[in-house]
Design a protein around this ligand. Structure first.
Ligand SMILES: [Zn+2]
Length: 497
């Protein structure tokens, strides 16, 4: 069932456009992944959850999505610039590790956090260091097109030359002339002909840790080039969706568009999607502001700005309660209300699972109720079709939840809805929660607490010599594969051997 109604806001056109894939039913989607030199934070979570929801909805609509998200493990220099230290190499020096050890460590912790957030792993997750030959080839191609130049072993993209035929700055709405007047004069030290030019290949200084042999020098690729190499390799010269955080729009994505046009004479992607940023109590997140909170700190409540721990599903739900293009402000209050909202929805999920349709001869169909349910279902899908508006969809799910709760308490009889509307209500609700929004029930981490409650009850029953109750608790736990250990000075439990 391909929705012909899905509209996507395309940053390139600044319009909501009807989604028409290049080669239906296939969809190619490339999302800029993390530079793995530190723990993942809320910003990483927002990008990952946003494009997970996009991926899930497209798959739900029946598209066969190839989702590529890279790992940047080389070439991303400090301050996203063309000069300075490599972010990963800098961390490696600090921690006295191999750069690949740093990349591995933080790629692993990124995967752990994203799994906790229940994001589906991409179809392909390429690494920049695994695609050096492809990047060298692209540099050669751009040089051949006359749109790059070599200086002292480094190669730069010639933005002004490119701009003569293809406008540079279309994605971010920048104009070369304005960029020129706003940019600093080259200081005489720079090898670039023009401050807007960007590095495709950099000659490595002797102390540089990660370097490869190329026709121009022993060096390393530019950060922007990685994404062009990996996206075109796995998705073709033009694919459907390119995603990433708004902070990547300029210069990163702008440069990707320029490189794509220079090499392949086409824009690399048809639709460009950008998720907005997360602020913390209205402020930008930053290490210097003391409000830099990693996901692990958030999950454990281990930061002095946090009043409590917030579970991964609370964080996921919190992200989905805003449309991805809106800003989202983190505060304890907002997270606490997200926790409540998530629990309401997931309780509904459990209830819906246990509801069974039954006829009742005395009850007839309530047309008004059925009408309200159908309206909310249509509205929930229409929200997703409207540029993946999960925030609005969740609002409509709460309307469906009211009906589910009424069925649960008996205020509403299944026969009031008739079998079709009843099934539609249950199925839509469950599909939305688990398949489309990717919310799962979090259980298990309070098992120790629950056991302690049971052991306390057991101990009290024993003191009161209520042996009937004592036996009942023992038998109940035994059914669950656990035994109670009565010891001299304490009561404990163990697995039944
Ligand atoms: Zn990228």
């Amino acid at each position: 069932m391909h929705s012909k109604k899905l509209k996507i806001y395309n940053t390139l056109s600044r319009n909501k456009e009807l989604f028409e894939p290049i080669r239906p039913p296939h969809v190619g989607m490339y999302v800029c992944g993390p530079t793995v030199y530190g723990d993942a934070h809320l910003g990483h979570a927002r990008a990952a959850v946003t494009f997970d929801a996009v991926y899930r909805y497209l798959s739900f609509l029946g598209y066969k999505v190839r989702y590529v998200r890279n790992i940047t493990d080389v070439g991303h220099l400090e301050a996203d610039a063309d000069e300075g230290e490599d972010k990963i190499a800098k961390k490696a020096k600090l921690e006295q590790l191999e750069p690949m050890e740093v990349a591995q460590q933080y790629a692993t912790s990124y995967h752990r956090d994203m799994e906790l957030l229940n994001t589906i792993r991409p179809s392909i997750e390429p690494r920049a260091t695994g695609h050096i030959p492809e990047q060298i080839q692209l540099v050669e191609q751009i040089l051949k097109e006359g749109l790059a130049y070599e200086v002292n072993g480094s190669v730069y993209f010639d933005v002004l030359k490119y701009n003569e035929t293809t406008k540079y700055g279309r994605l971010s709405g920048r104009v070369v002339e304005e960029l020129m007047s706003g940019s600093r004069e080259l200081d005489g030290q720079s090898e670039k002909r023009n401050p807007l030019d960007f590095a495709l290949w950099k000659k490595a200084s002797p102390e540089h840790l990660m370097k490869w042999e190329a026709p121009w020098s022993l060096g390393f690729p530019g950060w922007h080039l990685e994404c062009t190499a990996m996206s075109s390799k796995y998705l073709g010269n033009q694919f459907d969706i390119h995603g990433g955080g708004m902070d990547l729009m300029f210069p990163h994505h702008e440069c990707e568009i320029a490189q794509g046009n220079a090499c392949h004479h086409t824009d690399p992607a048809k639709y460009w999607l950008h998720n907005n940023m997360i602020t913390i109590n209205g402020q930008k997140m930053g290490k210097s502001l003391g409000n830099f909170i990693t996901l692990q700190q958030l999950f454990l409540g281990d930061h002095d700005r946090l009043e409590q721990a917030y579970s991964p599903m609370t964080v996921r739900y919190f992200i989905l309660t805003a449309h991805y293009r809106s800003t989202l402000d983190f505060s304890n209050q907002a997270l606490q209300s997200a926790q409540k909202g998530y629990k309401k929805l997931i309780n509904g999920f459990r209830i819906a699972d246990g509801l069974v349709y039954k006829e009742d001869g005395d009850v007839s169909i309530d047309v008004k109720q059925v009408g309200q349910i159908r309206k909310s279902i249509d509205a929930a899908f229409a929200s997703m079709d409207d540029d993946f508006n999960t925030a609005q969809a969740i609002g409509h799910l709460f309307n469906l939840l009211k009906k589910i709760n009424s069925l649960y308490t008996g205020q509403l009889h299944p026969a009031h809805l008739g079998e079709d509307a009843f099934n539609e209500l249950i199925q839509t609700y469950r599909t939305f929660i688990s398949e489309i929004l990717g919310l799962i029930e979090e259980k298990g981490d309070n098992q120790d607490q629950l056991l302690q409650v049971i052991l306390d009850l057991y101990s009290r029953a024993k003191t009161a010599r209520d042996y009937q109750k004592v036996d009942k608790i023992r038998a109940g736990l035994k059914d669950a594969g656990l035994i109670i250990k009565d010891m001299k000075d304490k009561i404990d439990w163990g697995y039944e051997e």
